[in-house]
Design a protein around this ligand. Sequence first.
Ligand code: GRG
Length: 299
Amino acid sequence: MQMADSFSGDQADIIHRFREQVNQWLDAYTLQLDSPPRLREAIRYCLLAPGKRLRPILALLACRACRGEIERAFPAACALEMIHTYSLVHDDLPAMDDDELRRGRPTCHIQYDEATAILVGDSLLTMAFEVVSNRSQTARECCRCVGILAHAAGYSELIGGQFDDLAAQNRLLTIDELASIHLRKTARLFAAASELGGVIAGADEQRIAQLTQFGRSLGYSFQIIDDLLDVQGNENRLGKRTQKDQTRGKSTFPALIGIEASHRQARHLIDEAIGHLEGLGDDADALRQWARQMIHRTQ
Ligand code: GRG
């Protein structure tokens, strides 16, 4: 993400370090997978591609905001990235969004083939649960993390949102219908990331609820900004095709309420997200600053 001037050096260092560490963990998790070699290669091609790692970073920052032990949050952070990458790989398939470019590279089914892309997605989704049920957590905490991830990735949220999104093409949605899709398809995984950070830190239930709300508002804002970037963004910088929503007759925030109002709504949601962190003190400053930067993102 491009950093604006207000993002202090210390905070930017934390984000940079978290991103590097997540990349190292993802590398380690997949380096010696006991799978057919070509499947392993395709999994690594997708997972280690230069994504922004926003969901893992969110989980780590949430854990930090509650003074949790960061090392214990890496498995859940990586599980989030695995679920997110699986959803991108499947979303890019011809039966869904039919894309050729992702993270600046040919999509999985173009680089390999459709069957491989389906199996890469299946592998990443199941690997996420393998990774999150590791021994660095208590059994109780582990079950809770599995439940949070399963719900966020499941039939009512990520998959349900995707289903409704596909069904909505070429139909003008109401703003409430579009909001419901954005909240399930995108914001729910952000909410889960933030919630997981709190759970792993051993935060009390009120803080966990605050973090969940924070992630939800931030994720919703992130998706509105994504809609804006599809209209106004730079394809090279984004590493994916732009102007696709309009070509496909998709309802988006800019299409329904206009560009200025979409910017306002995105900013309002970021303020709302930060408002949910009231009482979390200085420990949540990195999380607050990171959220504020979201509006400036160009990729
Ligand atoms: C296939 C079950 C299933 C779901 C697909 C994630 C998704 C749902 C579709 C991808 C297309 C899309 C616009 C999703 C909304 C969320 C989003 C903007 C994803 C891209 O996330 P970034 O920008 O990607 O964090 P990187 O590559 O940086 O990780």
